[in-house]
Write a protein that binds this ligand. Structure first.
Ligand code: C2E
Ligand code: CA
Ligand code: CA
Length: 452
């Protein structure tokens, strides 16, 4: 029964149960509509949050034949605009943004000012390029506003698929926005299948990691390090693998960033360290000369009060001299210059552990750190080796190696894959390497066999 029919029957004193229900729904709809149309954002006169959602859903329903998308705009650091330029300038900016959006208002297009610096547009489109055109034009107009702060509008875009309502679309545009917030060079992002897949994967990893730990799905592999001149194995680096019961082997680049976000990496690292201490004890008990092993240390350990204690305890418990353990901390973690981290590193160094700066040259290394901070070894990032074809690339690496040598630092090159790379490194004075040219990371049992 249609709403119109419900209305017809409303004048009749003999209203059926069904009719009453329809009448009730109709009046609810009318009330909501009234509420929606009146609830506008005071400052800009655009629809507020609820009104926008209501009007947007109406629009999708009425124009079923059209393709729709939701665009959500957030101004990066709007707060600082208010702080630096004053509230009245902030308000003037919001009004200007509202005017830029208002241009799109039409019978089949809804514009909203959801809150503070968040604006939205529910619009039909033909090609995705049309949407890019809209956000580009909005960004250009918004940033032309005369104000002494840098304006960084960011747009999340989600294409409406069958059955999605505005609030879901709005959530998705928000997720798309999170991926670009604060990035100067990308100002829009689409919510798409890839983003959806990566978000689902993140959730899955977070949900399954505890089981992985308890059911021993996490495996430690070790990649041997060699002396390039003799070919001898001089140590190894512990690298994590997740033997997932359904997905097979998962590699750390996939799941470590997720574990770092959620903080689980701390427990996972300690699990890896424990496995390594246990392995070294086993080797010693079998009469095999143990290999010095490098452990990766996530930057999150600097927030753990017991960081130093955990490593000392493991060394005591498994009776492994700390001189067999090198702790790898990435250059970018060290570049944060945390005095507590440096304090922990000095304490551990006093106990006999050594420290390696991982991924050297991949980020913003401060050369000063090399002379002042407790670092024993530098791991030259794989990226350098990819630049060896150019003479400038070779000059950079040659000078880095001679600088490290002059500073008296130990060094090792990562990711050596070819004989040419090996030859060049030896000529420059770097003799240690880790790379597929020699060994790939291998399971502990495999390494044990190799050493035996
Ligand atoms: P990383 O510490 O820089 O480790 C070296 C990575 O380079 C390893 O990747 C290794 O397999 C790879 N590799 C070694 N030789 C070559 C080569 O010749 N060519 C190429 N293309 N790659 C080579 P993997 O095992 O996938 O680990 C990736 C990253 O994940 C590691 O980079 C490290 O940052 C992190 N990671 C691994 N295990 C752990 C862990 O237990 N704890 C923490 N916090 N991070 C870990
Ligand atoms: Ca490493
Ligand atoms: Ca590295």
């Amino acid at each position: 029964m249609s709403f119109a029919k419900g209305l017809e029957t409303s004048s009749s004193p003999m209203l059926t149960e069904e009719g009453k229900e329809e009448l009730y729904l109709y009046s609810l709809k009318k009330m909501a509509e009234q509420n929606a149309t009146t609830s506008r954002y005071n400052l800009t006169g655009l629809y507020g949050n609820n009104a926008f959602f209501y009007k947007g859903n109406e629009c999708l329903r009425v124009h079923k034949e059209k393709k729709y998308a939701l665009i959500r705009m957030d101004l990066y650091r709007f707060k600082t605009v208010n702080e630096f330029c004053g509230r009245s300038q902030g308000d003037a900016l919001l009004k200007h943004i509202a005017d830029c959006f208002r241009v799109y208002e039409a019978e089949d297009t809804v514009v909203g000012h959801l809150r503070a610096d968040i604006f939205a547009l529910c619009t039909p489109y033909q090609e995705t390029d049309d949407l890019i055109h809209i956000v580009s034009s909005l960004a250009e107009k918004i940033t032309s506003f005369p104000i002494s702060c840098k304006l960084l509008p960011a747009f999340g875009i989600c294409i409406s698929e069958y059955g999605m309502d505005i609030s879901l679309l709005s959530d998705y545009t928000n997720l798309a926005l999170q991926t670009i917030k604060g990035k100067v060079f990308s100002f829009y992002s689409f919510y798409d299948k890839d983003l959806r897949t990566s978000l689902l994967l993140e959730k899955k990893i977070e949900n399954e990691i505890t089981t992985a730990l308890t059911e021993r799905q996490l495996e430690v592999h070790i990649q041997p390090k060699v002396n390039m001149k003799t070919g001898d194995i001089i140590g190894g680096e512990a690298l994590l693998r997740w033997k997932h019961p359904l997905e097979g082997y998962l590699y750390p680049n996939l799941f470590i960033p997720v574990l770092e976000k959620s903080g689980y990496i701390v427990d996972v690292d300690i699990y890896v360290w424990t496995e390594v201490f246990q392995f070294l004890r086993k080797l010693i008990d079998q009469g095999v000369t143990p290999l010095p092993i490098s452990l990766n240390v996530s930057r999150l350990h600097e927030y753990q009060k017991d960081f130093v204690e955990v490593l000392c305890r493991l060394s005591r418990e498994y009776k492994i001299p700390p001189s067999l353990i090198t702790l790898e901390i990435t250059e970018s973690a060290l570049a944060e210059n945390s005095s507590y981290l440096f304090y922990c590193m000095r304490m551990l160094q006093e106990k006999g552990f050594s420290f390696s700066m991982d991924d050297f040259g991949s980020g913003y290394s401060s050369m000063n750190m090399l002379k002042d901070e407790p670092i024993d070894e530098v791991k030259i990032d794989r990226l350098f080796l990819s630049n060896l074809e150019s003479s400038k690339g070779r000059t950079v690496i040659r000078h880095i190696i001679s600088m490290l040598a002059e500073l008296g630092m130990d060094m090792i090159a990562e990711g050596v894959e070819t004989k040419e790379q090996e030859q060049f490194l030896i000529e420059c004075g770097c003799y240690k390497a880790q790379g597929y040219l020699y060994y790939k990371p291998m399971a502990l049992t495999e390494l044990e066999k190799l050493l035996l």
